[in-house]
Design a protein around this ligand. Structure first.
Ligand code: PMT
Length: 219
Protein backbone atom coordinates (compact mmCIF):
# COMPACT_ATOMS: atom_id res chain seq x y z
CA UNK A 1 0.00 0.00 0.00
CA UNK A 2 1.48 3.31 -1.05
CA UNK A 3 -1.04 5.83 0.28
CA UNK A 4 -0.62 7.65 3.58
CA UNK A 5 -4.29 7.47 4.56
CA UNK A 6 -3.39 6.80 8.22
CA UNK A 7 -0.94 9.69 8.58
CA UNK A 8 -1.09 11.15 12.09
CA UNK A 9 -3.26 8.29 13.44
CA UNK A 10 -2.45 6.14 16.47
CA UNK A 11 -3.16 2.42 16.66
CA UNK A 12 -2.97 -0.48 19.09
CA UNK A 13 -2.80 -4.10 17.93
CA UNK A 14 -2.87 -7.18 20.18
CA UNK A 15 -1.38 -10.29 18.59
CA UNK A 16 -0.29 -13.84 19.28
CA UNK A 17 -1.29 -16.24 22.00
CA UNK A 18 -0.97 -15.81 25.75
CA UNK A 19 0.74 -18.34 28.01
CA UNK A 20 -0.74 -18.93 31.45
CA UNK A 21 1.81 -20.50 33.79
CA UNK A 22 0.91 -23.71 35.62
CA UNK A 23 4.33 -24.04 37.26
CA UNK A 24 7.85 -22.81 36.35
CA UNK A 25 8.06 -25.18 33.35
CA UNK A 26 4.49 -25.54 32.02
CA UNK A 27 1.72 -23.36 30.67
CA UNK A 28 -1.73 -23.28 29.07
CA UNK A 29 -1.60 -21.78 25.58
CA UNK A 30 -2.98 -22.01 22.04
CA UNK A 31 -1.76 -22.26 18.44
CA UNK A 32 -1.78 -18.56 17.49
CA UNK A 33 1.46 -17.62 15.70
CA UNK A 34 1.02 -13.83 15.79
CA UNK A 35 1.17 -13.58 11.98
CA UNK A 36 -2.27 -12.01 11.50
CA UNK A 37 -1.70 -9.30 14.12
CA UNK A 38 1.80 -8.50 12.84
CA UNK A 39 0.46 -8.16 9.27
CA UNK A 40 -2.19 -5.68 10.49
CA UNK A 41 0.36 -3.67 12.50
CA UNK A 42 2.70 -3.50 9.49
CA UNK A 43 -0.08 -2.46 7.12
CA UNK A 44 -1.21 0.40 9.38
CA UNK A 45 2.41 1.49 9.94
CA UNK A 46 3.07 1.61 6.18
CA UNK A 47 0.01 3.79 5.77
CA UNK A 48 1.40 6.30 8.28
CA UNK A 49 -0.04 5.29 11.68
CA UNK A 50 2.06 5.12 14.86
CA UNK A 51 1.40 1.58 16.07
CA UNK A 52 1.82 -0.08 19.47
CA UNK A 53 1.92 -3.85 19.01
CA UNK A 54 1.26 -5.82 22.19
CA UNK A 55 2.36 -9.34 21.41
CA UNK A 56 2.27 -12.62 23.30
CA UNK A 57 4.95 -15.31 22.87
CA UNK A 58 5.64 -15.50 19.10
CA UNK A 59 8.43 -16.16 16.57
CA UNK A 60 7.22 -13.24 14.45
CA UNK A 61 8.85 -9.80 14.34
CA UNK A 62 7.14 -6.63 13.14
CA UNK A 63 9.49 -4.63 10.94
CA UNK A 64 8.62 -0.98 10.53
CA UNK A 65 9.97 2.15 12.25
CA UNK A 66 6.41 3.26 13.10
CA UNK A 67 5.83 0.14 15.23
CA UNK A 68 6.70 -0.16 18.91
CA UNK A 69 6.44 -3.78 20.05
CA UNK A 70 5.69 -4.64 23.67
CA UNK A 71 6.31 -8.32 24.45
CA UNK A 72 4.07 -9.94 27.05
CA UNK A 73 3.39 -13.48 28.21
CA UNK A 74 0.10 -13.74 30.10
CA UNK A 75 -3.37 -12.30 29.53
CA UNK A 76 -2.91 -10.12 32.62
CA UNK A 77 0.29 -8.61 31.19
CA UNK A 78 -1.34 -8.17 27.78
CA UNK A 79 -4.24 -6.34 29.42
CA UNK A 80 -1.97 -3.98 31.36
CA UNK A 81 0.10 -3.06 28.30
CA UNK A 82 -2.98 -2.69 26.08
CA UNK A 83 -4.84 -0.57 28.64
CA UNK A 84 -1.92 1.84 28.89
CA UNK A 85 -1.61 2.24 25.11
CA UNK A 86 -5.40 2.46 24.64
CA UNK A 87 -5.61 5.76 26.57
CA UNK A 88 -3.90 7.61 23.71
CA UNK A 89 -4.99 5.44 20.79
CA UNK A 90 -7.63 6.03 18.16
CA UNK A 91 -7.73 2.61 16.44
CA UNK A 92 -7.53 -0.69 18.32
CA UNK A 93 -7.40 -4.10 16.66
CA UNK A 94 -7.73 -7.13 18.95
CA UNK A 95 -6.14 -9.95 16.94
CA UNK A 96 -4.67 -11.87 19.89
CA UNK A 97 -5.91 -15.30 20.91
CA UNK A 98 -6.11 -14.60 24.64
CA UNK A 99 -6.44 -17.56 27.00
CA UNK A 100 -9.90 -17.39 28.54
CA UNK A 101 -8.75 -19.14 31.73
CA UNK A 102 -5.56 -19.29 33.80
CA UNK A 103 -4.51 -21.60 36.64
CA UNK A 104 -6.03 -20.30 39.87
CA UNK A 105 -2.73 -20.87 41.66
CA UNK A 106 0.71 -20.97 40.15
CA UNK A 107 2.91 -23.66 41.69
CA UNK A 108 6.29 -22.22 42.80
CA UNK A 109 7.99 -25.57 42.15
CA UNK A 110 7.64 -27.99 39.25
CA UNK A 111 4.59 -30.21 39.86
CA UNK A 112 5.83 -33.78 40.46
CA UNK A 113 4.36 -36.83 38.77
CA UNK A 114 2.52 -38.91 41.37
CA UNK A 115 -1.18 -39.84 41.17
CA UNK A 116 -2.80 -41.12 37.94
CA UNK A 117 -5.15 -38.14 37.80
CA UNK A 118 -4.30 -34.50 38.25
CA UNK A 119 -6.72 -31.59 38.27
CA UNK A 120 -5.79 -27.97 37.80
CA UNK A 121 -8.29 -25.42 38.95
CA UNK A 122 -8.75 -22.48 36.57
CA UNK A 123 -10.10 -18.96 36.93
CA UNK A 124 -11.45 -16.71 34.22
CA UNK A 125 -9.06 -14.15 32.73
CA UNK A 126 -9.98 -10.52 32.18
CA UNK A 127 -11.48 -9.88 28.73
CA UNK A 128 -9.19 -7.23 27.24
CA UNK A 129 -11.38 -6.21 24.29
CA UNK A 130 -14.60 -6.14 26.35
CA UNK A 131 -13.04 -4.15 29.21
CA UNK A 132 -11.50 -1.52 26.92
CA UNK A 133 -14.69 -1.53 24.81
CA UNK A 134 -16.75 -0.49 27.82
CA UNK A 135 -14.76 2.72 28.22
CA UNK A 136 -14.37 3.48 24.54
CA UNK A 137 -14.86 7.16 23.61
CA UNK A 138 -16.81 8.36 20.56
CA UNK A 139 -13.53 8.94 18.68
CA UNK A 140 -12.12 5.48 19.36
CA UNK A 141 -12.57 2.69 16.83
CA UNK A 142 -12.41 -1.00 17.83
CA UNK A 143 -11.97 -4.07 15.64
CA UNK A 144 -12.30 -7.58 17.06
CA UNK A 145 -11.73 -11.11 15.81
CA UNK A 146 -13.70 -14.29 16.29
CA UNK A 147 -12.21 -17.70 15.72
CA UNK A 148 -15.02 -20.21 15.62
CA UNK A 149 -15.54 -23.90 14.96
CA UNK A 150 -19.36 -23.94 14.88
CA UNK A 151 -22.34 -21.53 14.74
CA UNK A 152 -19.80 -19.08 13.36
CA UNK A 153 -22.01 -16.17 12.30
CA UNK A 154 -24.19 -16.29 15.40
CA UNK A 155 -21.18 -16.36 17.75
CA UNK A 156 -19.40 -13.58 15.84
CA UNK A 157 -22.45 -11.30 15.96
CA UNK A 158 -22.84 -11.91 19.68
CA UNK A 159 -19.18 -10.94 20.29
CA UNK A 160 -19.53 -7.87 18.03
CA UNK A 161 -22.27 -6.57 20.31
CA UNK A 162 -21.01 -7.75 23.67
CA UNK A 163 -17.50 -6.33 23.19
CA UNK A 164 -18.68 -3.07 21.60
CA UNK A 165 -16.65 -3.54 18.37
CA UNK A 166 -17.18 -1.34 15.30
CA UNK A 167 -16.66 -4.47 13.26
CA UNK A 168 -15.62 -8.06 13.86
CA UNK A 169 -13.51 -10.30 11.64
CA UNK A 170 -14.65 -13.92 11.60
CA UNK A 171 -12.22 -16.67 10.66
CA UNK A 172 -13.50 -20.21 10.75
CA UNK A 173 -11.55 -23.34 11.66
CA UNK A 174 -13.76 -25.07 9.08
CA UNK A 175 -12.12 -23.19 6.19
CA UNK A 176 -8.93 -24.83 4.94
CA UNK A 177 -5.97 -22.44 5.15
CA UNK A 178 -7.77 -20.07 7.55
CA UNK A 179 -7.03 -19.10 11.15
CA UNK A 180 -4.00 -20.19 13.18
CA UNK A 181 -0.44 -20.42 11.84
CA UNK A 182 -1.12 -20.43 8.08
CA UNK A 183 0.24 -17.62 5.91
CA UNK A 184 -3.27 -17.34 4.49
CA UNK A 185 -6.68 -16.52 5.91
CA UNK A 186 -10.31 -16.37 4.77
CA UNK A 187 -12.52 -13.92 6.59
CA UNK A 188 -15.96 -12.41 6.84
CA UNK A 189 -16.30 -8.89 8.25
CA UNK A 190 -19.48 -7.96 10.14
CA UNK A 191 -19.96 -4.24 10.77
CA UNK A 192 -22.15 -3.01 13.64
CA UNK A 193 -24.15 -1.17 10.96
CA UNK A 194 -25.12 -4.55 9.45
CA UNK A 195 -22.77 -4.28 6.47
CA UNK A 196 -21.04 -7.58 5.64
CA UNK A 197 -18.00 -8.39 3.47
CA UNK A 198 -16.51 -11.81 2.76
CA UNK A 199 -13.05 -12.51 1.35
CA UNK A 200 -11.68 -15.48 -0.57
CA UNK A 201 -8.59 -17.27 0.75
CA UNK A 202 -5.83 -14.63 0.67
CA UNK A 203 -2.31 -14.13 2.01
CA UNK A 204 -2.47 -12.70 5.55
CA UNK A 205 -0.81 -9.49 4.30
CA UNK A 206 -3.70 -9.02 1.84
CA UNK A 207 -6.29 -9.88 4.50
CA UNK A 208 -4.62 -7.24 6.70
CA UNK A 209 -4.92 -4.64 3.90
CA UNK A 210 -8.61 -5.47 3.48
CA UNK A 211 -9.24 -5.10 7.23
CA UNK A 212 -7.39 -1.76 7.35
CA UNK A 213 -9.30 -0.55 4.24
CA UNK A 214 -12.51 -1.18 6.20
CA UNK A 215 -11.19 0.90 9.11
CA UNK A 216 -10.06 3.80 6.90
CA UNK A 217 -13.45 3.99 5.16
CA UNK A 218 -15.12 4.58 8.54
CA UNK A 219 -12.75 7.17 10.01
O1 PMT B 1 -1.86 -15.59 15.12
P1 PMT B 1 -2.22 -16.35 13.85
O2 PMT B 1 -1.61 -17.74 13.83
O3 PMT B 1 -1.88 -15.56 12.60
O4 PMT B 1 -3.81 -16.60 13.84
C1 PMT B 1 -4.68 -15.49 13.81
C2 PMT B 1 -5.86 -15.70 14.74
C3 PMT B 1 -6.66 -16.88 14.26
C4 PMT B 1 -5.39 -15.92 16.17
C5 PMT B 1 -6.69 -14.37 14.67
O5 PMT B 1 -7.07 -14.15 13.35
C6 PMT B 1 -7.93 -14.45 15.59
O6 PMT B 1 -8.98 -14.91 15.18
N1 PMT B 1 -7.79 -13.96 16.86
C7 PMT B 1 -8.83 -14.06 17.87
C8 PMT B 1 -8.94 -15.49 18.28
C9 PMT B 1 -9.80 -15.68 19.48
O7 PMT B 1 -9.35 -16.33 20.39
O8 PMT B 1 -11.00 -15.12 19.47
P2 PMT B 1 -12.09 -15.17 20.66
O9 PMT B 1 -13.34 -15.58 20.02
O10 PMT B 1 -11.61 -15.98 21.83
O11 PMT B 1 -12.14 -13.68 21.18
C10 PMT B 1 -12.95 -12.68 20.58
C11 PMT B 1 -12.25 -11.34 20.64
O12 PMT B 1 -12.03 -10.92 21.99
C12 PMT B 1 -10.89 -11.29 19.96
O13 PMT B 1 -10.76 -10.03 19.35
C13 PMT B 1 -9.90 -11.47 21.14
O14 PMT B 1 -8.64 -10.86 20.87
C14 PMT B 1 -10.65 -10.74 22.25
N2 PMT B 1 -10.37 -11.27 23.61
C15 PMT B 1 -10.77 -12.53 23.96
C16 PMT B 1 -10.57 -12.99 25.25
C17 PMT B 1 -9.92 -12.15 26.19
N3 PMT B 1 -9.70 -12.55 27.45
N4 PMT B 1 -9.53 -10.92 25.82
C18 PMT B 1 -9.73 -10.46 24.55
O15 PMT B 1 -9.36 -9.33 24.22
Amino acid sequence: HTSNDLNGQTALVTAGPTHEAIDPVRYIGNHSSGKMGVAIAENMAKRGAKVTLVMGPSQETARHPNITTIHVISAREMFEAAQKAHRTTKISVFAAAVADYAPADQSKEKIKKSSDDLSISLKKNIDIAATLGKNKSAEQYHVGFALETNQEEENALEKLKKKNFDFIVLNSMKDKGAGFKHDTNKITIYHKTGKKEASPLLAKVDVAALIVDNIVKDL
